[in-house]
Design a protein around this ligand. Structure first.
Ligand SMILES: Nc1ncnc2c1ncn2[C@@H]1O[C@H](COP(=O)(O)OP(=O)(O)OP(=O)(O)O)[C@@H](O)[C@H]1O
Ligand SMILES: [Mg+2]
Length: 211
């Protein structure tokens, strides 16, 4: 694990554009363990692009990103396997494969299913869940990985108020209880207000960092 004073995730002078049009301009970030960062901004501002760069899915055209530790990324509107008859428990368990011993994996799977409010649904097939329940199953899968760096692209979109609050609390816990670096794109002011840091992206391609 990274010592607390060393940034676990940093970006320096990061720029990125699609077909010549710059979307991300000169982003600088130094994020330590146990911190929560919200990425805010209107549709098309570059939130997903920045998360993909931070995750290493896209390579910055200028600048560099450094990551210390494992990374878990939940993309915007993940394609939940809604036609596959896999249970909630098995889906969440996939997050632990190759990472945890069997007993620890069982405990964490149960903990994450409970944390996303799906206790009692463990044996239900994904085919028999609502869209929000499927989404929460995939969030539980991502968090069961217990990655050092947790990157989430609008995990709260489309959820009812109670589920949204639960997911927000869960993300805060990831930072507070196990020292994860949490970065989350969101449109929800409540979560933005509780974040340690807010990265605001705008159509002007300027980034304002608010501590
Ligand atoms: N694969 C792509 N090819 C070309 N342009 C793209 C591509 N992906 C995104 N863009 C453009 O880059 C800009 C930023 O897109 P991005 O998806 O990062 O925004 P966002 O802030 O996540 O928006 P939203 O709130 O709608 O999710 C948009 O103008 C979009 O049209
Ligand atoms: Mg997006």
């Amino acid at each position: 694990m990274t010592p607390p004073n060393v940034p676990a995730l940093s970006a320096h002078g990061v720029c990125f554009g699609y077909t010549g049009r710059e979307v991300i301009h000169d982003v600088d970030l130094e994020l330590g363990r146990g911190t929560v960062t919200a990425i805010a901004g209107p549709n098309g501002a570059g939130k997903s692009t920045l998360l993909e760069i931070l995750a290493g899915v896209r390579t910055p055209q200028k600048g560099e990103v450094r990551r210390l530790g494992t990374v878990s990324l939940v993309v915007q509107r993940p394609a939940a396997p809604e036609t596959l008859p896999i249970t909630v428990r098995d889906t969440v368990s996939m997050g632990t494969w190759g990472r945890l011993g069997r007993r620890q994996a069982r405990e964490i799977v149960a903990e994450m299913i409970d944390a996303v409010g799906l206790t009692g649904y463990e044996s239900r097939s994904l085919t028999d869940l609502s869209g929000g329940q499927r989404q929460r199953t995939l969030l539980a899968q991502a968090l069961a990985r217990r990655a050092d760096i947790v990157l989430m692209d609008e995990p709260d979109a489309g959820l009812d108020a109670a589920s949204r609050g639960r997911i927000h609390d869960l993300l805060l816990d990831q930072a507070d209880c196990r020292g994860a670096v949490v970065v989350c794109a969101t449109h929800h002011d409540g979560f933005i207000a509780t974040a340690d840091r807010v990265v605001r992206l705008g159509h002007t391609s300027r980034q304002d960092l608010i501590d």
